[in-house]
Design a protein around this ligand. Structure first.
Ligand SMILES: C[S@@+](CC[C@H](N)C(=O)[O-])C[C@H]1O[C@@H](n2cnc3c(N)ncnc32)[C@H](O)[C@@H]1O
Length: 299
């Protein structure tokens, strides 16, 4: 498997989003950096190709796809984010994007029922990211802004539905995510690519290695691991990393260091790339395998 480093945060996330996303989009707790989606799209597709994000949030993948002349499909569980994704797509079109896009609200564990059949087997690229641990999410307002004591955290939830994979435990999240990748496989055109961004996080000091779990999920889904890249969340200036940690990342690292744990800020996401196996080599599950042929008696 090859590896490379992608410069995806030479400008901040707000600068990358400026004027391209409608009001309300900032409230999503775990948006992808637009440059990650944009680089994946330009590397692995050509204008006119079809791109899918089965967990599309406010539609970052879709907006970046239509801006560069690709067509985009998105699925999102929460109607609040699905509506914003549709509005962001419309906004992109009004600003001259040449691609077209559609958003379906539903559970991507039932992807083949949500994506119209005419698109099956035609998707060139899936770009997506599973929901992360909520210690990474949210925006803060200081007591000066709120007039209340202490720091107030807001916009740190995806919704209130316990069935949203963001609200399940890590095991259920990974089972659900494996199901989603398994359903992506037949939707891809032969040789199509799947790009998944994932970040490790800490729960009570313990590292949850989501990227390695995503790699295992992809393999279990019958996809072929192709590259493991580093998508930087920090800028690079004169050979040095310029980190842009959130308030909570700083707070957690500082607290750990006070306790003597030598934690560092996480300044990248892992970007895991898989390819769809050629159809004739695709691994089939035991239910899909034909019953063993009866021996033919030629006598
Ligand atoms: C990490 S966020 C994706 C953010 C997106 N890349 C963006 O930039 O807006 C994961 C999304 O998956 C959604 N989600 C969770 N469970 C889902 C499911 N079963 N089917 C579809 N979407 C789901 C969450 O509501 C959340 O918006």
């Amino acid at each position: 498997m090859s590896a490379s480093v992608w410069l995806t945060a030479q400008t901040s996330a707000p600068a990358q989003r400026a004027d391209r996303y409608v009001e309300g989009s900032a409230a999503h707790p775990a948006k992808m950096l637009p440059a990650i989606a944009a680089q994946a799209i330009t590397r692995y597709t050509a204008p006119g190709d079809l791109v899918l994000d089965p967990m599309c949030g406010i539609g970052t993948t879709l907006v970046e796809a239509v801006r560069t002349g690709r067509h985009a499909l998105g699925v999102e569980y929460e109607s609040r984010w699905a509506q914003l994704a549709a509005r962001n797509l419309f906004h992109a079109t009004q600003r001259g994007a040449t691609g077209s896009g559609e958003v379906y609200c539903g559970d991507a564990r039932h992807l083949p029922d949500l994506v119209p059949e005419r698109h099956h087997g035609r998707i060139a690229l899936v770009v997506t990211s599973p929901p992360y641990g909520n210690s990474l999410h949210g925006q803060v307002r200081s007591s000066r802004e709120t007039g209340q004591r202490g720091v107030v955290k807001r916009d740190y939830r995806y919704g209130s539905d316990p069935a949203n994979l963001a609200h399940t435990g890590t095991d259920d999240l990974l089972t659900g995510f494996t199901q989603i990748l398994t359903h992506c496989r037949p939707l891809l055109r032969p040789g199509g690519t799947v790009a998944v961004t994932a970040r490790p996080w800490r729960e009570r000091g313990e590292l949850i290695d989501l990227p390695s779990a995503v790699l295992a999920a992809g393999e279990q889904a019958g996809l072929v691991p192709a590259e493991r890249c580093v998508a930087l969340l920090a800028g690079v200036r004169e050979g040095r990393l310029i980190t842009r940690p959130s308030f909570f990342q700083m707070k957690n690292v500082r607290a750990a260091r006070r306790l003597g744990l030598p934690l560092h800020l996480i300044a990248h996401e892992d970007l895991l790339l898989f390819t769809a196996p050629p159809r004739r080599h695709r691994r089939r599950s035991t239910e899909e395998l034909p019953a063993p042929a009866e021996p033919t008696n030629r006598r």
